[in-house]
Design a protein around this ligand. Sequence first.
Ligand SMILES: [Fe+2]
Length: 511
Amino acid sequence: MLSRRDFFYSTLALYAAWPRQLFAGVPQRNTRFETSPFTLGVASGDPTATGIVLWTRLAVDPLNGGGMPPQPVEVEWRVAADEQMSRTVKSGATVAAREWGHTVHVEVEGLRPQTWYWYQFRAGNELSAVGRTRTFPAARADVDRARFGFVSCQHYEQGLYTALEHMAGEDLDFALHLGDYIYENPGGPNRVRRHVGGELLTLEDYRNRYAQYKSDPALQAVHVRFPWIVVWDDHEVDNNYAGLTSESNDPVEEFAKRRAAAYQAYYEHMPLRRSSIPRGPLMQIHRPFSYGRLASFFMMDTRQFRTDQPCGDNVKPLCDGVRDPKATLLGPTQEKWLVDGLSRSPARWNFLAQQIMMARLDRVPGPDVGISMDKWDGYEAERNRLLKFLAEKKPSNPIVLAGDIHNNWVNDLHVDAADVTSPIVATEFVGTSVTSTGDGVEITEAQQAMVAENPWVRFCNNQRGYVVCELAKDALRTNYRVVDFVSRPGAQIRTRASFVVETGRPGAQPT
Ligand SMILES: [Fe+2]
């Protein structure tokens, strides 16, 4: 149990946790809660060798704005070396303020590398659940292996989080979320579950939606078990938005306000660092992580800085806009950051963790070509630059991770994306959705036709689940874990397929 004495109070610590945060009022220390305010669980994320971000939110009435008093509330936190929370290694206090939806972000420092820790929050008379987290290895550490998972697309209405329930039972060091953590659509009838509220537009709307998702016990469980590194895709704001262009081409000033609200709610509900605090409609989410000398992770953002989809979006024949050298997913600053980072990376494996599929995918059977303008296919010049860079500068073992399209795909990435005879320069693993599009099938007829026409595709499967990556010095093994249904509880998890990439030999090999 926590005791008062375990906590270190100082005005300095209180404000040091939030140097850029403004809040009004004097923090309330001894709030008496009638019911627990820890209804949305706890989480940790953005690990370094010495630090971790701890997250929670106080909400006694989570689906209706949180139900918290307007005053800021003091929240104590504690990190221990054991699950019983008996050996405290760090502790402190911070503030949950109305201005930030009574969310809490603590950046703990001074931890040991590659070490499991447990953490817990306390507000007034209430204690949170105990979360488990883990630091990364030191930058130069000679690390042998890592086990991590990645997921995307967890539409609440389209299924149960059975896959996350199973993922929480996996032996993972950390996990990546590649976007579509929430969906912005209004609640609809005849679904597995129903969104509360209409289409998300305001900060209050987005907060309530995160609260509904985070009320799910399986989503809480998967955050409790290991740290997460998260990036967004489109649905955290608006379907297929590009920069400041919304899906339905709303006036830019109007959409900028909506994006600012969505970004703030995203920051509030994720275990992110101060460097990701939004400034209006801008928020830095692309960032690097190094897992010793074994791996580097480049977390990428293909939404905020992108130019509008060419040719009016959707699946279209090739058009001039696809080849426009100024068309971009990353924006020039992020593209330079990525290329510089890859050039300098000392890691054996380099992961480009992002949202959308990079491999060429002709979706129209027969001689006609049809590509999805929302993917890398719609931004050919930028993809060519990146693939050419991989071919010429040869950063060590590049691996592309993606989500977004609600199916599993494994692709060889050729330097000329549409020429299977050109050299393979990287390997791409696309993870399916947790729930989005509902109960799956092994593969659709349309997908079978795509596999036949796109010879760099090594695997396609249309079931729900997640991907587990077992990384060693000499090889990466990916296990595609799937469930047979999400419309009712109780689906078992199984490995549908596994692939291996050997070091120095780009391309996926089935096992
Ligand atoms: Fe999605």
